[in-house]
Design a protein around this ligand. Structure first.
Ligand SMILES: Cc1ncc(COP(=O)(O)O)c(C=O)c1O
Length: 511
């Protein structure tokens, strides 16, 4: 039986229960088609799910499932208590290379001057923006739904009230001094860092810290060890600076120093993620930390320690930071508030050996003067009032719960298929696929079922690559985790995600 409805004069919907596609999928596709085809323009308010369900004589769950899929993919934005609106920037607009739109202007004509070689390189390396909403199982995002936005807003207003006239001009390029001091105390207490406030250089996040580091410490053609597999943001910043990347394999104890030494005995910089190797998740052993420090001293290299999410360790005490073991001033520590607070704040920092602090502060002034003073004052208030520590404690518990839900659901619905390999801490899981299943094809198939998983092979620069998937859980509420795993199981059962020999029996029904 066909079911029809129309949104005023904007679009007509026709759903047919006799079709093999579930009704929620038909609804999702028709709405998506109308959004992409601009029949439902950005900013249009969608009818409440209850109203549309009544009009189409469907269950409300069918409509909410379609809305959820659209929202997960970034076609609509849902505001608590205010319904759903068509997004102004669609996922298609976020893809690279970007479609030309009116705002981009016409493509360059042959007579236009061309980009510099550096400009072309930066364009190619562009670090893409992820989905607008926390789609299951997007990695690298914290829980938007649990951030105390009202408390932050209150502190921001308070910060404006405290501003003195002499704070309205340019500020210290290295950052707001009371904040640098407090961050240094926090790092001494939690990560045993050997530092003072003057060593802390505030940045707009790790991406800027990496750019700053590369500009201040590297010359064109300098060789740099990077972990294999590793973080794309680091690689992009280094390649953009003209560095020669030396991918060094990792094992269960972290970076293989002996392998690196054979590949390139005189690197200028060595990048590591020792608290939790990115993306595989193991902790660098104490033995390996000491071996690396001894090698750096012998070869004259700097070590850059990216401590991006060490707050989210669920069991045991963390090992002290590599910087805390360094006696010769060759470790630079990278911190970010993108995981502990929100990525959109663009707040992070470097802790540099004292002798480099002036050089970094001066270089920072050339690049962007300094981060917004107001944001730094708000962060200071958040930390001083104890709300930062409380938020971390809450998120640690929340992320552990979300991780447990994801593990249980995978074991129940995909147990014979996905093999979880690392689940002690952090914000994402790594899982292996059965032999013969290609991770890139698997992730593409998952995407067509509305699930975003990342292929592990994409984090490698060269062969051999491990085949697997990265599943983020920190940003995903438990209900969405359950539905996401159901959809993954349905993708597997449909055979789209697997070679014929590995088809699983049909999974549970997907709404
Ligand atoms: C390894 C690693 N370092 C740092 C960051 C944070 O980057 P930023 O501070 O630029 O947001 C991320 C974010 O995903 C990451 O995965």
């Amino acid at each position: 039986m066909k079911k029809r409805a129309s949104f005023g004069s904007l679009i007509a919907l026709t759903l047919d229960a006799a079709q093999p596609e579930p009704l929620y999928q038909q609804l999702y596709e028709q709405l998506r088609g109308a959004i992409v085809g601009s029949r439902l323009p950005g900013g249009t308010r969608l009818p409440a799910s209850r109203v549309l369900a009544q009009e189409l004589k469907l269950s409300r769950n069918t409509v909410t499932s379609a809305y959820e899929l659209l929202s997960n993919e970034g076609y609509i934005l849902t505001r608590v208590g205010d319904g759903a609106y068509v997004a102004n920037i669609l996922p298609e607009d976020r893809l690279l290379p970007r479609k030309s739109s009116k705002a981009d202007g016409p493509p360059p004509a042959a007579s236009h001057p061309s980009l510099s070689a550096r400009g072309r390189l930066l364009t190619e390396l562009s670090v893409t923006a992820g989905p607008a909403q926390p789609v299951p199982f997007v990695a690298d995002l914290p829980a938007f739904d649990a951030f105390p936005l009202h408390a932050w807003a209150r502190l921001m207003v308070q910060s404006w009230r405290q501003v003195q006239p002499d704070m309205l001009g340019y500020a210290d390029p290295a950052g707001y001094e009371p904040l640098r001091e407090l961050i240094s105390q926090h790092l001494k207490a939690t990560r045993f860092l050997d530092c003072v406030g003057q060593d802390v250089i505030m940045t707009s996040g790790s991406q800027q810290s990496l750019d700053l580091l590369a500009r201040v410490l590297l010359d064109h053609g300098d060789s740099v060890w990077v972990e294999e597999p590793g973080y794309v943001g680091t690689r992009s910043a280094l390649i953009a600076a003209g560095a020669r990347l030396v991918p060094v394999p990792v094992d269960g104890q972290g970076l293989l120093v002996s392998a690196g030494e054979m590949l390139e005995p005189r690197p200028r910089l060595i990048f590591i993620t020792p608290s939790r190797q990115y993306p595989l998740g193991m902790t660098m052993s104490m033995e390996r930390r000491k071996e690396l420090l001894a090698f750096a001293e012998k070869s004259g290299a700097w070590i850059v320690e990216d401590d991006y999410d060490s707050e989210f360790r669920y069991h045991g005490t963390p090992l002290p930071a590599v910087q805390s073991l360094d006696r010769t001033g060759r470790v630079i520590y990278l911190g970010t508030f993108s995981k502990s607070l929100l990525p959109s704040f663009r707040l992070g920092f470097l802790v540099v050996p004292g002798y480099l602090a002036r050089a970094f502060g001066n270089a920072k002034s050339v690049i962007d003067r300094h981060p917004s003073l107001l944001e730094q004052m708000t962060l200071l208030g958040f930390m001083q009032s104890g709300q930062f520590a409380a938020h971390i404690r809450r998120m640690r518990q929340l992320y552990e719960e979300r991780q447990q839900v994801l593990i249980q659901e995978i074991e129940r619905k995909l147990g014979g298929f996905l093999q979880i390999t690392q689940a002690e801490s952090g914000m994402h899981l790594v899982a292996e696929l059965p032999d013969g299943v290609d991770d890139v094809s698997f992730c593409q198939a998952a995407k067509s079922w509305g699930v975003s998983v990342q292929p592990l092979s994409a984090y490698y620069t060269a062969e051999p690559r491990r085949n697997g998937v990265i599943l983020g859980f920190a940003a995903i509420p438990p209900k969405s985790i359950v539905r996401g795993v159901e959809r993954l199981a349905a993708a597997v059962a449909s055979g789209q995600a697997t070679p014929p020999a590995r088809k699983l029996p049909p999974g549970p029904p997907v709404r």
